[in-house]
Design a protein around this ligand. Structure first.
Ligand SMILES: Cc1cn([C@H]2C[C@H](O)[C@@H](COP(=O)(O)OP(=O)(O)OP(=O)(O)O)O2)c(=O)[nH]c1=O
Length: 194
C-alpha cells in the first residue's frame, strides 16, 4: 500500500481528502512558488506541480503518492489570487458581483514506485461561477467575517458566500480547491479508498 502525502496547508483540501475516505499525511514546503505560464490552466498546473515537487524533494520519495493543488480565479483577463488585505478583498469582490467568472484548480499527482521512479499526472479544471449582485455594505460585512482572506478571489463558496452564488457550471469541489473525483480516479489503483 502506498503512502499518500497531501502537499498542502489548505484546511479545505484536507477536509475534501478526508471526505473521500483516503488515508494520507499532510506535508507543506515553504519553498518559493512562482510561475512563468500565461494561461490560467497552465499557471495552476505549474504551481501545483511545484508544490508537489517541493514536498517530494524533502522526503525519501519511494512507494508514495504526493498530491499538490493550486486554485486561482479569473475574470476577463485578470487573475485573482488570495487578497493581500481587506481593501484588496473589497476590489476583488466588487469586480465579481453580478457576473460570471472562472475558477481554475490544478492538481499534480506524483506517483513514486519502490525504486524512486515517478509517474506524473497533471490536470487543470475550470468551473464557471455566477455571483449575485451585492450591496457595498454586504461586501464589507462579508469581508469583516474574515472568511475571504485566505481564499482565491476573496470568497469561499462553501461558507457564508453561498448566499451570493446564483449557479455554477462544472465541478463544485474544484471551486473549493480540489477536484476530488479526478484525484480518486488517479490514486485508486495504488490505494484502498474506504
Ligand atoms: C474560490 C475558492 C477558493 N478557496 C480556497 C482554496 C485554496 O485553499 C485557496 C487558494 O489558494 P491556493 O494557493 O490554491 O492554496 P493554499 O495556499 O490555501 O494552500 P496550499 O498552497 O498549501 O495548497 O482558496 C475556497 O476555499 N473556496 C472558494 O470558493
Amino acid at each position: 500500500m502506498k503512502k499518500i502525502i497531501l502537499a498542502s496547508g489548505s484546511p479545505r483540501r484536507k477536509e475534501l481528502m478526508e471526505q473521500i475516505g483516503l488515508k494520507f499525511e499532510v506535508a507543506v514546503s515553504h519553498k518559493d512558488e512562482y510561475y512563468k505560464s500565461v494561461l490560467p490552466e497552465e499557471i495552476v498546473k505549474e504551481l501545483s506541480l511545484m508544490k508537489a515537487e517541493n514536498v517530494a524533494s524533502e522526503q525519501d520519495a519511494r512507494n508514495m503518492i504526493v498530491i499538490g493543488a493550486d486554485t486561482i480565479v479569473t475574470l476577463d483577463d485578470k487573475i485573482l489570487g488570495k487578497p493581500k488585505d481587506e481593501k484588496d478583498a473589497y476590489y476583488m469582490l466588487k469586480s465579481l458581483q453580478g457576473k460570471a467568472h472562472q475558477v481554475f484548480t490544478g492538481v499534480a499527482i506524483l506517483d513514486y514506485d519502490s525504486n524512486g521512479g515517478c509517474q506524473v499526472s497533471s490536470h487543470a479544471e475550470a468551473t464557471k461561477v455566477y455571483v449575485h449582485k451585492m450591496e457595498d455594505d454586504e461586501i464589507w460585512r462579508y469581508i469583516h467575517s474574515k472568511e475571504p482572506m485566505d481564499k482565491a478571489g476573496a470568497y469561499g463558496i462553501q461558507g457564508k458566500f453561498a448566499v451570493y452564488i446564483d449557479k455554477i457550471e462544472g465541478d463544485y469541489y474544484n471551486v473549493v480547491g480540489l477536484p476530488v473525483s479526478y484525484v480518486y480516479q488517479k490514486v485508486k489503483k495504488g490505494v484502498r479508498p474506504f
